[in-house]
Design a protein. Sequence first.
Length: 590
Amino acid sequence: MCGIIGAALRRGNAAAEVYEGLERLEYRGYDSAGLSVRTDGGTVTVKRGGRVANLKESAAELCGGVAIGHTRWATHGEPSDRNAHPHVAGKFSIVHNGIIENYRELKDELLQSGAEFASDTDSEVIVRLLDKYYSGDLLAAVAKTVGRLKGSYALGILCEDFDGIVAVKYKSPVVAGFGEKGVTLCSDIPALPEWVTSVSVPEDGDIVLISAQSASFYDGGLQSVNRVRLPVFAGQFNGGTGDYPHYMLKEIHETAATVRDTCDAFFRNVDVKRLTEYVRNADRIIMTGCGTAYNAGLAARRFFSDKCRVFCQVEIASELRYSPVHITGSTLVLAISQSGETADTVEAVSALKEAGARVVAVTNCGYSAITRVAHMVVPVCAGAEVCVAATKSYIGQLAALYLISRLTADVFTARSELLSAGEKIAELLKDNGGADKIAEICAESSAVFFLGRGIDYAVAVEASLKLKEISYIFSDGYPAGELKHGTLALIDDNTLSVIIICDESLSEKCENAACQVTSRKGKVAVITCLDGAADKLQDVAAVWKIPECEANLSPFVSAVALQLVAYKTAVSLGRDPDKPRNLAKSVTVE
Ligand code: F6R
């Protein structure tokens, strides 16, 4: 969802620093990239449609102490050179993440006063307003400009008259990072350079003046404000793909460590006593999130219904936002988000908080928007997740939710169960040949359906999302019992149904579903942790027997198995699993 970065350096070349930052930040959008740098001869801007790499040669020719850069996920205006940021007018150059909702009205006004536009973006109105309002007082021009904007914006601004960067934050993420080389700004902590040792997170409405030495924060009324410095450490940063061909495969291999680290952090950092009271006193629990985070809630609902005697519902945040549910002061909301910045989730839980609910954020990113809304934070310790498709963060969310569901019963037993689930994941990853055969059949199928019952159904939904988003094969995940209520009509010999069978109490019913599909000539693959099911279904196109696991813990293993299937399918079709088309990580617009 567009990434912005900037650097004001005491030593070194800020253009190179920003270019490297764009490579790290590319997961936020890869429709175009650009940068502006202050050089001895004035500000120079280069931008290109497509991937960051397209900018490499021209960026390499630039040198200066202050620069800003942008990776774009197009919302207004097609992906092209013309619509790439930075946008330039007069003495200004800007990069923007967010959406300016009133840009049409502002553009008409600017056109009438003689401005000429060089792009089709909403963002360009910002630089045109700055140019219009500037008469020597930079802060005043910035304040007047942002006062005209409706929507969301994280901005990096260069002005010919200021040897630094102005950053502005409103409902889109940006942090200021500090270290031995100088000061930087960046959309996300994981994309900061490794020399950064501390960050300050601006509040909504803040304007920040950044120089190579320091950063000064002002509120919307231009009063100086203090924003604390928080330490960051190397483990939070994107450390590259290492020995793996893609981030996705690397991150799948980090799932077992994520379970362990999430357990450790739960007992080390969470106020377990207070959280237990929240759960014990809850009249109901509402879990919410988007995409994979929502799917983690779907699986976790089973954890809660099994061990925690509280009514529990799971809601898609973008729907919850506009169809508020009945809330009391005892309602507990679990806000699930890897990035902690997903606009729909942040807005939905802000509304529930305002209505009186207690909000607990389950997130992989401390210092994120959701942590500022929540009464309490339960950390997911997946480290930097760079692949656009969520893998290890989903497993970490499951681990955190599993622990919360057991707070009023036997949380220490839950911890050892999770650690043993982590061992099963490691076992699966050592011997994952079963994924190859299923991936081969997926790749040659016109559609792939994922079916399961109970907790296996929740895994089916996530498996389907993973496959479709990175392989572009049509896919759906649904409860196996629903097959005969409609989806059977789609089954033919070009389709594959992947049946997940890890809950022994429901396994016979799932075996029936396999028969219903094969008798309509549909292909069937089975992923099961049960010897019995594996033996009985030998005749289907593929059976992958994964390590044995109790039903509630099985998603930790079966979901990782299905992540591998999606990965291998995408790679065999020549797709880039880390940067699927049309998508971006961290959806900070509605
Ligand atoms: C899918 C995926 C997305 C995210 C969703 C929510 O692989 O990554 O569906 O899960 O955009 O993102 P967060 O968890 O950052 O709120």
